[in-house]
Design a protein around this ligand. Structure first.
Ligand SMILES: C[S@@+](CC[C@H](N)C(=O)[O-])C[C@H]1O[C@@H](n2cnc3c(N)ncnc32)[C@H](O)[C@@H]1O
Length: 284
């Protein structure tokens, strides 16, 4: 029997995997990523013991392959992230955003509560950075209820986010004073555990951005480094869902590579990365 060639997906297989990934996530894998996708799927063949790409595709479409969809999504998504990624977003959050919240509470325009969503949080660096920005304001936010939701479709990444344990390579982006204040080095390891002052604000759960959220209104949503490979139609679906999830006056923080700056006409532009929902924003 001839040995199975697993070097690269055939164009037909590539098209089939491309379609499945698009249906599951909205991601449109570009043609030039065929080698990258082949390598990532080959790792799943090894993990599952499936002999070739075609059989793996069959498994993913079969009832008994449902649980493998998780492993598949873990393998084909790009989960790279870091603490304080694009620092100016967090400078705004820690200063202007918190000042505005406090001012509104003082004027009786809001209760002392704030809800922030890290949409596509990967392994948690983004929601934990948000939590540090709020924790640094603990005197001004004394008595406030702060909720940070981190969501993703990669179970493996979310599990890391839930644990709140970060390796030394990952914590490089955290200034030393904040690292010592909010993390504890785990004995005999190279990893750091986030303290309850951060973890108690954060809840991590699965949410596909292609679907509407049922979690109510957020004061701020971070949408960063996720939509780059989404088709234009998928980007529009995500934007519409997120705008509906924003509170009136709430902010959308947009990453530099989303490719959606010309699609946010229903929001008020406040700066290069910051968009605010006015009352007339909801598209029917
Ligand atoms: C590169 S990471 C970005 C993490 C973080 N937002 C940041 O800027 O560092 C992109 C994340 O988007 C997630 N993702 C991709 N498609 C998604 C979808 N349809 N719904 C939710 N998350 C998705 C991936 O699993 C991955 O963890």
């Amino acid at each position: 029997m001839a040995a199975v060639d697993l070097t690269q997906l055939t164009p037909k297989e590539f098209g089939q995997f491309q379609k499945l990934i698009f249906e599951l996530s909205g991601i449109q894998v570009p043609e030039n990523k065929i080698m990258l996708l082949s390598n990532r799927i080959r790792r799943r063949l090894k993990a599952t013991g499936v002999i070739d790409f075609e059989s793996y595709l069959k498994l993913l479409h079969a009832k008994e392959g449902r649980s493998e969809l998780e492993g598949f999504l873990d393998a084909v998504t790009t989960n790279e992230t870091s603490f304080f990624r694009t620092e100016k977003h967090f400078e705004w959050l820690q200063t202007d955003f918190v000042s505005e919240l406090c001012q509104q509470a003082k004027l009786g325009q809001r209760t002392k509560s704030v809800r922030i969503w890290s949409a596509a949080c990967s392994s948690g660096e983004e929601p934990y950075t948000i939590a540090m920005c709020l924790a640094e304001n603990r005197a001004r936010l004394a008595g406030w209820k702060a909720e940070i939701h981190g969501t993703d479709i990669s179970e493996q990444s979310m599990e890391k986010a839930r644990q709140g344990v970060f390796q030394s390579r990952s914590i490089e982006g955290i200034p030393e004073n904040l690292l010592n204040k909010y993390f504890v080095r785990q004995p005999d390891t190279d990893s750091w555990q986030a303290k309850p002052s951060l973890t108690e604000m954060i809840t991590v759960f699965r949410h596909n951005l292609m679907e509407p959220s049922s979690k109510g209104a957020y004061d701020c949503i971070f949408l960063r480094n996720v939509l780059i490979y989404f088709s234009r139609e998928s980007k529009q679906v995500v934007i519409d869902h997120l705008v509906r999830s924003l509170a009136i006056g709430g902010y959308l923080v947009v990453g530099p590579s989303e490719g959606i700056f010309d699609m946010l006409g229903m929001l008020e532009k406040r700066s290069t990365f910051l968009y605010q929902k006015a009352s007339r924003a909801v598209r029917s």
